[in-house]
Design a protein. Structure first.
Length: 172
């Protein structure tokens, strides 16, 4: 009787598979999906194959004791994935970019930087012009105010000369 491998779905002939020892699971895996040779598998003891736990069940096992987790018993479950097939070094997940794309990106950044600098220069020069115009308008306003004060004084003098009686009546 042949069974289907849980990992790859291929039919596995008798004797070339191993079954998960967990009663809730009992998934079957072929030796190829587990990275085992037939020689290596035949070297396992009967006890070891009966205690084998599939990778899925091994991953769902709590990593430390926590009474709030649904599974609180921690029996010593063994998996026999060979260490030769386990990558223990972390690799870069970022794919290397094509150098032409990086160069293009750098050129774009350089162009943007020069455009921003040009824009900054234009804004600052316009700001200088506006500042000079404001200073000039302030000077004109100050001189106009001074002239107005002088004219008010002159008007009072002329008014006093033309209408001296008004001066006497305002003093009383």
């Amino acid at each position: 009787m042949s069974v289907d491998c849980w990992a790859c779905g291929v039919q596995v002939p008798d004797g070339c598979y191993i079954k998960c020892s967990k009663k809730q699971c009992e998934k079957v895996y072929d030796l190829k999906c587990l990275g085992l040779t037939e020689n290596k598998f035949s070297s396992f003891s009967d006890k070891r194959t009966k205690q084998w736990v599939c990778p899925e069940c091994a991953c769902s096992k709590p990593k430390r004791y926590d009474p709030n987790t649904p599974i609180t018993d921690t029996p010593d479950l063994k998996t026999f994935t060979p260490s030769a097939n386990v990558n223990t070094q972390r690799g870069s997940r970022m794919q290397l970019m094509d150098e032409s794309i990086v160069e293009c990106d750098n050129n774009s950044n350089d162009k943007l930087l020069s455009e921003f600098r040009q824009l900054k220069y234009e804004v600052l020069s316009r700001l200088d012009v506006q500042t000079n115009i404001i200073k000039h308008l302030q000077e004109i306003c100050f001189s106009t105010k001074t002239e107005l004060e002088e004219l008010k004084i002159k008007m009072k003098v002329f008014q006093n000369k033309l209408f001296p009686t008004d001066l006497l009546s305002t003093q009383n």
